[in-house]
Design a protein around this ligand. Structure first.
Ligand code: XMP
Length: 517
């Protein structure tokens, strides 16, 4: 599903860690954009009728043997305005006949930019001097014919352009927060140079998707949707419900690995507030039995993934006549697969229903495929998805199984659920739930000596994990207040039978991961 009806910007990805951030800024300005790999053909770009192109930065040097280059002819013949950022600027300078040389050292961090050409439309309305953020090795020493320098840092060229050819280059990164006026520069490119109107809003996206889903399912088609109780699947289900009502049947499977009371509470919430046609399937035994005696994290994940598919398939058969599967895939999941870095190595096999569509001959409906997480939250809010779901911390598909290190048993689930509830209560009480990306308890497979009353104890250890993160790809341990941690620790040891010690995880990702397994 694509947004054919919106004006669009295409961002060619040359491998920068900031490419998604450029897309965020463009969307924030109200313009729809797509990220495509740098190698995409000129015809493919033309077929999408973009209003403009942005060439991202990237880690390469234009002189590297394997330097990523756009398709021949793209720059020389483009009928669209082009903005090259960092490596994108160097590519343009090099490709159009200018000169790029390696700097003595890599320039990284803040720099003071001076605009030297007040007629530049890219810098319209901006002060003559401003702070910008740089991260580059090479720099431009000679401009291509017909280009002029528009801004510099120290004595180096930092921005150049050819208004006649509508080609613009910036050595610094306008998309990062460290370039405070960067958003305005991007807006100038979008509205002044590409002449965009800004027709992309979450409400427009809802309308468009509703129509598409309706067309896709026709008058009688039926879809199933696997709900996890998280943001993505709930918003996807709400959107499809708006389009086809009860012809979407949602399945919420209890795998016995959810948090305390979560199955019943989430089921009730989704039924009441969203009026979804939803079936709760209690399959706890189906999951817990094959997990007995399994210690290896990957083996646990595989068992859970396979069981989930079996249960889902059986339920779909029972419903009968299902042609579509709704999934809450987001834009970052989609672009990861086209990135210049290629598919990333598997650190943990993530639980999904990837095997389902082929196996069951289902057509996929992914109404959130073009959206970022915060856009999904906005849409969810407009669709009436309860705030409690929209602001919920992410929860892994394999659930508590990857937070009980070692063997998963009923007794260990009891301990972990109780500890986890206390942490959740205290965090909310302290009004800090929303300030962390995720916070949870982990049950360690060791016992330690303690003393309670006058008695020696030899009991389990609970680790508390709380992290801050933007997207879950990297994370830092949250600096939670000590008195909050003290309350959590005291309560867990006194209220949860079988635990005599609580520790706090102070590892970041990388080198650790967020979940322990
Ligand atoms: P890691 O542990 O890889 O986790 O740093 C990154 C984020 O992903 C979540 N996570 C999962 N989510 N299925 C999911 O849907 C999974 O199998 C899974 N494993 C980890 C994790 O909670 C964190 O937010």
């Amino acid at each position: 599903m694509q947004s054919e009806s919106h004006e669009r910007i295409i961002i060619l990805d040359f491998g920068s860690q900031y490419t998604q951030l450029i897309a965020r800024r463009v969307r924030e300005a109200g313009v729809y954009c797509e990220i495509l790999p740098y190698s995409v053909s000129v015809e493919e770009i033309q077929s999408r009728e973009p209003k403009g192109l942005i060439l991202s930065g990237g880690p390469s040097s234009v002189y590297d043997d394997d330097a990523p280059k756009p398709q021949t002819g793209l720059l020389a013949t483009t009928p669209y305005p082009v903005l090259g950022i960092c490596y994108g600027l160097q590519l343009m300078a090099h490709g159009l006949g200018g000169k790029v040389l390696p700097s003595k050292s890599r320039e990284y961090g803040y720099a003071r930019l001076t605009v030297v050409d007040s007629t530049s439309r890219l810098f319209a309305g901006l002060p003559k001097e401003m702070d910008v953020w740089m991260s580059h090795g090479d720099h431009v020493t000679e401009l291509p014919d017909g280009f002029r320098m528009t801004a510099q840092t120290a004595d180096a060229v930092n921005a150049f352009e050819s208004p006649a050819r509508r080609i613009y280059g910036l050595q610094f990164h306008p998309e990062v927060a460290h370039t405070p006026l960067g958003a305005q520069i991007l807006r100038n490119f979008l509205f002044e140079i590409c002449e965009c109107k800004g027709d992309w809003t979450p409400a427009a996206a809802i309308e468009e998707q509703t129509e598409r889903i309706h067309d896709c399912l026709g008058e009688n088609g039926q879809a199933i949707c696997g709900l996890s109780g998280g943001v993505d699947s709930s918003v996807a289900a709400a959107l499809v419900h708006r389009a086809v009502g009860d012809r979407q049947i949602c399945l919420f499977i209890n795998n016995g690995l959810l948090r305390e009371g979560e199955f019943e509470a989430t089921l009730a919430l989704l039924k009441q507030k969203l009026k979804l046609n939803i079936r709760g399937v209690d399959a706890s035994e189906r999951f817990l039995v094959p997990l007995q005696g399994v210690f290896d994290p990957e083996a646990k994940r595989k068992i859970i993934g396979a069981t989930f598919i079996d249960v889902f398939e059986e339920e779909a058969k029972r419903i009968g006549n299902v042609g579509f599967l709704v999934q809450g895939t987001l834009y970052p999941d989609v672009i990861e697969s086209v990135s210049v870095r290629g598919p990333s190595v598997t650190i943990k096999s993530h639980h999904n229903v990837g095997g389902l569509p082929e196996k069951m001959n289902l057509q996929l409906i992914e109404p959130l495929r073009e959206l970022f997480k915060d856009e999904v939250r906005l849409i969810g809010r407009e669709l009436g998805v309860p705030e409690e779901i929209l602001t919920r911390h992410p929860f892994p598909g394999p659930g508590l199984a990857v937070r009980i290190l070692g063997d998963v048993t009923e007794e260990r689930l009891r301990i972990l659920r109780a500890a986890d509830r206390i942490l959740d209560e205290e965090l909310r009480q302290a009004e800090l739930y929303g300030s962390v990306w995720q916070a949870f308890a982990v049950l360690l497979p060791i016992s330690t000596v303690g003393v309670m009353g006058d008695e020696r104890t030899y009991e389990r250890v609970i680790a508390i994990r709380a992290v801050t993160s933007v997207d879950g790809m990297t994370a830092d341990w949250a600096r939670l207040p000590h008195d909050l941690l003290a309350r959590v620790s005291t309560r867990i040891v006194s209220e949860v039978k079988g635990v005599n010690r609580v520790v706090y995880d102070i590892s970041s990702k990388p080198p650790s991961t967020i979940e322990w397994e």
